[in-house]
Design a protein around this ligand. Structure first.
Ligand code: SAH
Ligand code: SF4
Ligand code: F3S
Length: 441
């Protein structure tokens, strides 16, 4: 079948990228393409890239180099995502066999770009950058996650934190209309999902272009869509975090009792140089709102260690913040200098070995906090949504409303389907997961 259109797509990066890929796959299928599992079998090879840390662009070029040997077979290549937007037409120079380079702010033009690709064009770009006000909306999302339906509510970022590439790779902050978000939530329920995750680099910077709903209103409205049992949302930015979000979580039981609120550093000096535009105290005030909620809200965060000129004292302030907030999960990263970002003019002064040491100290401290806190849940009964089954260990893996991993056993020989809910009695705890037994009636 020489004429059959096939594609292979590999995705790196954040949930936004993973969900973009679901939309890209849907768009390709709509244009008559079939997804295949290996590069060898594919006519079109797509690589959805991430450029958040390390030498991301070098890794992409390295990978494209590997693809060189495949080009004889007459395959076409495309680079999508954040490295595509960042490197632009330079990709054609370094990897001339690539025909398509597109950042996420141009995906709404994907159908047209694919047609040009099929017509034989070899230098197709979608590099709309920060000029576009439009979002990528398609009804042809090919959802890959069996238990969680993702919905983008806001694209891009206008925050320009000093270290971060995202404002340059994903374009301007632009929200979808609340009616379009709610329509997608209803469609997702029809497709069999009961858990929704609202996505955006900063979800709570959401501004309804229809002027109808605030972010907290939108959360509540999605939570009230019939058939929805769990609503998650990520990522929230402290600058736009308002008390009505906490009030919505208290009022609407389907909104999950978990908030991911990246702090980046516990030192106001470092936060200032990061251009986060809040202080330690300001951040902690938002945390205190959540601690005062009626439902216990689980908190998680992102932290960067070794930002230029971070002193031992700055770092100790971050360590102390862990104990003060009592997070249930921390994603720690070593600062890495990124192209185009304002922090590039600062000297990347902390040696790599010191960054590694600080990261290790941070994660060790956090592990201790989680070890104590997770063990406090022994004896509780939690609602767990099934995510998968590990037959080798005879265990079922799932997640609590607070986003904690729960591994449990049950006596029934029939494994529960991903996306189903069970009550689980917690019998043990590790620093990153709970262990339990299903309560079977
Ligand atoms: N929009 C979200 C997160 C975006 S990126 C927010 O503002 O919180 C995810 C995480 O990657 C960030 O929270 C940050 O901790 C980390 N990160 C971003 N740029 C980085 C860099 N240059 N070096 C190290 N970590 C970085
Ligand atoms: Fe990056 Fe800051 Fe925007 Fe988050 S808010 S995506 S860290 S620039
Ligand atoms: Fe990476 Fe782009 Fe997401 S840089 S983390 S894929 S926004």
């Amino acid at each position: 079948m020489a004429t059959e259109k096939t594609f292979y797509l590999e995705t790196f990066g954040c949930q936004m990228n993973a969900h973009d890929s679901e939309k890209v796959i849907g768009t390709l299928q709509q244009q008559g393409y079939r997804q295949v599992e290996s590069e060898e079998d594919a006519g079109l090879i797509l690589y959805n890239t991430c450029s958040i840390r390390d030498k991301a662009e070098q890794k992409v070029f390295h990978r494209l180099n590997d693809y060189k040997k495949l080009q004889k077979a007459g395959k076409r290549f495309g680079v999508l995502g954040c490295v595509a937007q960042q490197e632009g037409e330079k990709i054609f120079e370094r990897a001339p066999y690539v025909s398509l380079v597109s950042g996420s702010a141009s995906y709404r033009r994907l159908p047209e770009m694919l047609e040009r690709l099929e017509a034989g064009e070899t230098r197709i770009t979608g590099l709309d950058d920060r000029a576009t006000e439009e979002t990528f909306e398609t009804e042809f999302t090919a959802r890959q996650n069996p238990y969680r339906g993702y919905i983008t509510i806001i694209e891009g970022c206008d925050k320009f934190c000093a270290y971060c590439v995202v404002p340059y790779t994903r374009g301007k902050e632009r929200s979808r209309s609340s009616s379009s978000v709610l329509a997608e939530a209803r469609r997702i329920v029809d497709q069999g999902y009961s858990e929704i995750q609202l996505l955006g680099q900063n979800v709570n910077s959401y501004r309804d272009p229809e002027g109808k709903l605030s972010f907290a209103d939108l959360l509540a409205a999605v939570g009230q869509v019939e058939g929805i049992r769990r609503v998650r949302f990520t990522t929230s930015h402290p600058r736009d975090f308002t008390p009505d979000i906490v009030a919505a979580i208290d009022a609407v039981p389907t909104l999950c009792d978990h908030v991911h609120l990246p702090v980046q550093s516990g030192s106001s000096n470092v936060l200032k140089r990061m251009a986060r535009e809040y202080t330690r105290e300001w951040y902690l005030e938002r945390i205190s709102w959540m601690k005062a909620a009626k439902r216990p809200i689980s908190l998680s965060t992102d932290i960067i260690v070794g930002f230029p000129s971070e002193t031992e004292d700055d770092f100790i302030q971050t360590m102390d913040l862990l104990a003060e907030v009592q997070y249930d999960c921390v994603f720690g990263f070593k600062y890495s200098a990124r192209p185009n970002t304002p922090a590039l003019v600062m000297i990347d002064s902390i040696p790599e070995a010191e960054k590694s040491l600080r990261l290790q100290r941070l994660l060790d401290r956090q592990r201790e906090i989680q070890r104590v806190n997770y063990s406090k849940q022994i004896g509780e009964v939690l609602e767990v949504m099934v995510e998968g089954v590990n037959p080798a260990r005879g265990q079922i893996a799932g997640r609590s409303t607070q986003n904690k991993s729960v591994n449990f056993t049950m006596s029934s020989p029939i494994a529960p389907a991903p996306g189903s809910y069970l009550m689980v009695k917690i019998t043990g705890a590790f620093p990153n997961s709970l262990v339990g037994v299903a309560i079977e009636s």
